[in-house]
Design a protein around this ligand. Structure first.
Ligand SMILES: [Ca+2]
Length: 396
């Protein structure tokens, strides 16, 4: 029989007055094609009982897919944990010949599996990123004490005063070499320096320190950009829809409301908490003819800058990384003395000769410099190997 004849016969069958009569072999693709020509032709249902969602998904016998499991196969009574990437909770029912063992159904007589610890991802929870960029953290804002009491910290940090901030977003990490390069390639940023620019450095000093500039080095993509002056940092943040953080925003993001000494708490700095000058940095300096001091006796693993976010144990209360160490960070503010008066959204003086930098860098040997309240400052045109930045913006 020709194709045309078969089509005609099938159409006649589909067009029969008995509308309830399904098409012949309507479950196959050919008849579906005919049904498209004739609306009265209803495709015949496939034979056999409908499969359950769990069976369709290929779940092991006894497991089910419910709303609680977010589409994953779990035992009855369990829920899916996105943090752990596994079903959690004791099953309420196991298949025959199996029993509840912890968060699993285990076949009777089988050895009990030893749970393997699953590392909790460092990724910032989505709830902290609402309205912020993908590498940013939402800082909820609020009132906090800024600075240090008399006898505690530098005079420049006194008097302590209250600041009140609206919610804002802060970069979770320092701006990397790779991110800065994208901005340069877009035409919105100037290339970072391959040399330092510091008043008071001799030609010999400048040549020595310039070897630590990260720009143009192929193995530094995930390290913080350094050797950038204030205008370069400011331009980068603006080109990316943000701005440099104010000094108050920086300090609140670093220490939160409890007045802690360092981003991680009050424990003295150590090699698992930050990248400062440890034994590795002293050794490297020695190999280059320098006699440097160290902040702690052990090695933190990085002679100069480290890839951003390498010290999760040193995170701030909001989950920001490297707020102490790695590179100092430019802030938006001009440096000026503190006032005892509280203020809403303090932004520092209207003008000045130096911009505030915060956080301490990879060659810092004095623990005082990496305190959350410590204030550094530099001429805006200065470029240092231990100075970079991160960006902020108002929360939308
Ligand atoms: Ca180090």
């Amino acid at each position: 029989m020709s194709t045309t004849a078969r089509l005609t016969l099938a159409l006649l069958a589909c067009a029969a007055p008995a509308a309830a009569q399904p098409c012949i072999s309507c479950w196959n693709d050919h008849c579906k094609e005919l049904a498209a020509y004739n609306p009265k032709c209803e495709p015949e249902k496939a034979k056999g009982p409908a499969k359950s969602p769990a069976a369709k998904k290929g779940c092991p016998e006894g497991q089910e897919v419910s709303a609680d499991t977010g589409g994953h196969c779990c035992w009855p009574g369990q829920a899916w944990s996105h943090t752990h990437g596994a079903c959690v909770g004791a099953p309420t029912k196991c298949p025959a010949m199996a029993s509840v063992k912890g968060d699993d159904c285990v076949r009777d007589g089988a050895p009990v599996p030893v749970p393997v610890p699953v590392p909790v991802p460092v990724a910032v929870p989505a709830s902290r990123r609402v309205g912020c960029g993908p590498n940013q953290v939402l800082i909820p804002g609020g009132t906090f004490w800024m600075g240090s009491a008399a006898g505690d910290g530098d005079k420049g940090e006194q008097p302590p005063h209250q600041g009140t901030l609206d919610p804002y977003c802060m970069d979770r990490t320092e701006v990397t070499v790779a991110a800065y390069r994208k901005c340069v390639e877009s035409g919105a940023c100037q290339p970072a320096g391959t040399t330092v620019n510091v008043d008071g450095y001799s030609a010999e000093d400048a040549a020595f320190w310039s070897q630590f500039c990260n720009w143009g080095k192929s193995d530094r993509d995930s390290h913080p950009i350094n050797c950038v002056d204030w205008s370069m940092a400011d331009a980068y943040c603006r080109a990316n829809g943000g701005r440099l953080p104010t000094e108050a925003e920086w300090e609140f993001a670093a220490r939160g409301k409890d007045g802690r000494k360092y981003p991680w708490g009050n424990e003295e700095p150590g090699p698992r908490l930050l990248n400062a000058c440890g034994s590795e940095c002293v050794e490297m300096g020695k190999s280059k003819g320098k006699s440097w001091s160290s902040m702690y006796g052990a090695s933190d693993g990085w002679e100069s800058t480290s890839p951003v976010g390498s010290y999760p144990a040193g995170a701030s209360p909001f989950g920001l990384l490297d707020m102490a160490g790695n590179v100092w960070e430019w802030t938006a503010d001009w440096y000026g003395p503190y006032s005892a008066e509280s203020s809403n959204g303090p932004t520092g003086p209207a003008s000045g000769s130096a911009r505030v930098r915060r956080g301490g860098g990879w060659n810092a040997y004095d623990a005082s410099w990496v305190r959350a309240a410590f204030r550094g400052r530099d001429e805006p045109g200065a470029r240092y190997v231990f100075l970079g930045f991160r960006c902020a913006r108002g929360a939308k």
